[in-house]
Design a binder for this molecule. Structure first.
Ligand SMILES: [Zn+2]
Length: 434
């Protein structure tokens, strides 16, 4: 399925994107020789002093190999090893990492999502290159120019310089907990609903849409679906597919210049849970686990929406049943207390008054035949995504998430208010579909 040292993600990116545009991400490699490739790349592209960041678990799952290879290439390596307990990706911790790296010429991270985000943020602030050695195929942020950090208790996505290189050993990634790899499958497959949201916002609201962003996933989605059971058995060749799919998904966001191709209504439900968790100290699950369950829901919404007969869209009745501004304000107050004004500001950017909503629904009814045709390119039946996540060992029902069921359900209804981006959650509620 994959040959060591070969990565279509790297090839596609080099040929079609990185070189012509002079982007900062210069290397992308998946193979059992990843630690040697990383060090050889560092010899060519980076200075002498290097800070290697890992944690007690990832130090063993690849960290030792990386440090040894860097030293063999003549690098002066300093290490910082965090404890084994999960890290909280806060701005304060990112500042701490920045302090640790201030003397280094470049930063190398051996770890999964949170560690990589902390280092990308620090590298961006210090204007130092960052090389990533992901130890889990759990999320699509490794190759993106975005980090997710908690700032004053609220989870934010912050733009930053992408890493200079990403190098992953599928054998190490396959030894991560199975739930993490399954979360990666969920995060990758969420594009079926998020890209649909993005394109629908283009059709209905004339938002910018770049079809090139989806071309990176050509073929890889079918291979992930086909090998879901191998992924569930942690076979390194199959985990390599998940890594590649996630790297390509990260590229799609770089190409789009926003997270739109990989973050729609399903991500709002997950962000809703994460924000509640940060604010009220509640449990939450892995990003991709929450996103995967929410993707199954959002694909179901799309299915129902596209089955509507245009002649049956009763615009007057739908406009009349929308909640009032005062009602929405009250929900936002209830949900977000100390940060309600920030959430309200997001909602105010996209809320429609009755006249605008009437026109929007009329546009929708007229555009339905076009939407059925054009949105089919990205949509998958909810059952296909559910079966793939289940086969890869991930949760497929809200009850199976390690997060409060009530907050998941609130996220389905009220996730639309937390971000100004148009998603299927908006359209479904405007059309009274749940
Ligand atoms: Zn995601």
């Amino acid at each position: 399925m994959y040959e060591p040292g070969w990565c279509r993600a790297g090839e596609a990116f080099e040929k079609d994107f990185a070189q012509p545009r002079g982007l900062s991400l210069k290397a992308c490699h998946i193979g059992e020789d990843a630690h040697r490739e990383l060090a050889a790349f560092a010899r060519r592209a980076c200075g002498r002093d290097c800070l290697v960041i890992s944690d007690a678990n990832t130090r063993k799952a690849g960290g030792e190999d990386v440090v040894e290879s860097l030293a063999a290439q003549g690098k002066r390596v300093r290490e910082h090893v965090f404890g084994p307990e999960p890290l909280d990706g806060t701005e304060e911790l990112a500042q701490e990492v920045k302090g640790l790296a201030s003397e280094a010429d470049f930063i190398v991270v051996v770890g999964s999502g949170t560690l990589c985000d902390l280092a990308k943020y620090a590298g961006d602030a210090l204007e130092r290159p960052v090389l990533l050695y992901p130890t889990a195929a759990s999320m699509n942020g490794y190759t993106s120019g975005i980090v997710a950090l908690k700032v004053r208790g609220l989870k934010r996505t912050i733009s930053c310089e992408p890493a200079l290189g990403v190098f992953a050993d599928p054998v190490h990634a396959a030894s991560a907990p199975q739930r993490m790899t399954a979360a990666g499958v969920g995060d990758f497959l969420s594009k079926c609903s998020s890209t649909t949201d993005w394109q629908a916002s283009h059709i209905l609201l004339d938002a910018p849409f770049n079809p090139k962003a989806r071309k990176f996933s050509d073929g890889i989605q079918d291979r992930v679906l086909e090998h879901a059971e191998d992924i569930g058995r942690s076979e390194p060749e199959a985990v390599a597919l998940v890594l590649e799919a996630l790297f390509l998904s990260g590229f799609s966001m770089v190409v789009a210049g926003s997270s739109s191709p990989a973050s729609g209504g399903e991500h709002l439900i997950s962000h809703y849970i994460d924000m509640k968790s940060a604010l009220y100290d509640l449990p939450h699950d892995l990003h991709g686990a929450q996103v995967g369950v929410a993707t199954i829901y959002c694909l179901g919404l799309w299915q129902s929406i596209l089955e509507i007969e245009p002649a049956r869209v009763d615009v007057d009745a739908l406009v009349a049943r929308q909640p009032s501004d005062a009602e929405v304000r009250e929900w936002i107050e209830q949900d977000w207390g100390p940060v309600a004004s920030e959430v309200q500001a997001e909602w105010d950017k996209k809320k429609m008054d009755p006249d605008r909503l009437r026109k929007h629904l009329e546009t929708f009814a007229a555009a339905l035949p076009r939407m059925r045709e054009e949105l089919a390119e990205d949509l998958l039946p909810a059952a296909v995504v559910r079966d793939a996540i289940r086969a890869s060992g991930g949760p497929v029902a809200p009850e199976d998430l390690h997060a409060p069921l009530e907050e998941y359900k609130n996220g389905q209804r009220r996730g639309r208010y937390i971000r100004s981006r148009f998603t299927v959650l908006d359209l479904a509620q405007d059309l009274d579909i749940s």
